[in-house]
Design a protein around this ligand. Structure first.
Ligand code: NAD
Length: 330
């Protein structure tokens, strides 16, 4: 086989392996491999995709959010503004490189809102005149599942905002650690399969045909994004958006902080890493978002991820470690 044929065969093998894992994870809420293994295999494919873009098909997993099309009985809804994934970095060096590249596009110093990356599943909530009228999952980014009846059973998600505004908000539904342990104990006792992690437990509990099941699972939520239309909220930054959400009665995570320099970003990572075990919910990294909402719009998105944000992922085995002695260049 020629070199090119070898590479093509390798790409096909990686694609089909990743698609199988993605189906287990996103559709069945039952992964068969650790996230780190998935991430490593994905990184291998992405590196080949960058070197040989001509060998990458349009339906490549590198060009899709989520995974395969959803094949369950939940009604489907369109997301006119796609729900995206996040680009990710796995080291401080890569984060530094991302921040340096982002800064090159503007002359004024960028600030970022640093947020915990909640280990749950993405949700979109549409409020009309302050009333919750639709809730949906991310699905493949453009088509998600209608989970309105189930979300109405989540006490933390308000059915009415404190003001009669119409807006789509997005965030994360999650299961806290205590509820996850209790659920798995109960399932074990009942002879049922246990969930691999709180993320899969949350997804399995929300993507249910019977809202009573969702109610019993006691899910929680943090909201962190507004789309359609955001202007009426009267905020210019991501950090103010989170405060505005609190005013509206939406649950938000309060561990966020505005950082400017790369050493401030590093401090935030170290602090979050220290606190991680003590948190009542799971996190798998930190999301850095350009704080200025107008700039976010200017930076825009790729087909899969926003260009104005990046996820720094914790390595599972480094959950307890602190990142030391990094030389920042800007
Ligand atoms: P992701 O989960 O790594 O990151 C994107 C998501 O982060 C967003 O869609 C949002 O839902 C969430 N998020 C949490 N907190 C946030 C915050 N504060 N701000 C913004 N977004 C926030 O990406 P993904 O595309 O959903 O999933 C890919 C990841 O899923 C992989 O990196 C892998 O770890 C895992 N995965 C594992 C398997 C497996 O078999 N183990 C299979 C597929 C995917």
């Amino acid at each position: 086989m020629s070199d090119k044929a070898n590479i093509q065969a390798k790409i096909q093998t990686l694609e089909s392996q990743l698609k199988q894992w993605a189906q287990e994870y996103y559709e069945n809420d039952a992964p068969s491999v650790e996230d780190a293994r998935y991430d490593q295999t994905y990184a291998e494919l992405q590196a080949l995709a960058q070197e040989h873009p001509e060998l990458i098909a349009d339906d490549s997993i590198t060009k899709q959010v989520g995974g395969a099309r959803l094949k369950n009985d939940l009604p489907k809804v369109n997301h006119p503004v796609p729900m995206l994934s996040l680009g990710d970095v796995f080291s401080i060096d890569e984060l530094q490189e991302w921040m340096t590249t982002a800064q090159k596009q503007v002359t004024t110093p960028l600030t970022y809102n640093a947020e915990l990356k909640i280990d749950g599943l993405a949700i979109s909530l549409i409020y009309e005149a302050g009333k919750l009228i639709q809730a949906s999952t991310r699905g493949d980014g453009t088509i998600g599942e209608d989970v309105t009846a189930n979300v109405l059973q989540i006490e933390e998600i308000p059915q009415t905002l404190t003001e009669p505004i119409s807006v789509e908000v997005r965030g994360e539904v999650y299961m806290n650690k205590a509820n996850f342990v209790a659920l798995n104990q109960q399932r074990e006792h009942d002879g049922l399969a246990t969930f691999a992690n709180p993320r899969n437990a949350a997804a399995g509990s929300l993507r249910q045909l019977d809202p009573a099941v969702t109610k019993a699972r006691k899910l929680s939520a943090f909201l962190y994004q507004a789309v359609n239309p955001i202007d009426q909220l009267g905020v210019q930054t991501q950090s103010d958006l989170l405060s505005r959400f609190t005013q509206l009665g939406l649950p938000t995570n309060h561990e966020n902080a505005v950082v400017q320099t790369q050493s401030e970003a590093l401090d935030y990572i170290n602090q979050a890493d220290h606190q991680r075990d003590a948190l009542t919910y799971g996190i798998d990294g930190i999301v850095f978002k350009i704080n200025d909402l107008a700039l976010q719009a200017e930076y825009g998105n790729t087909i899969k991820v926003p260009r104005w944000a990046i996820a720094y992922k914790f390595a599972p085995e480094e959950a307890e470690t602190v990142v030391h002695d990094i030389t920042w260049t800007v």
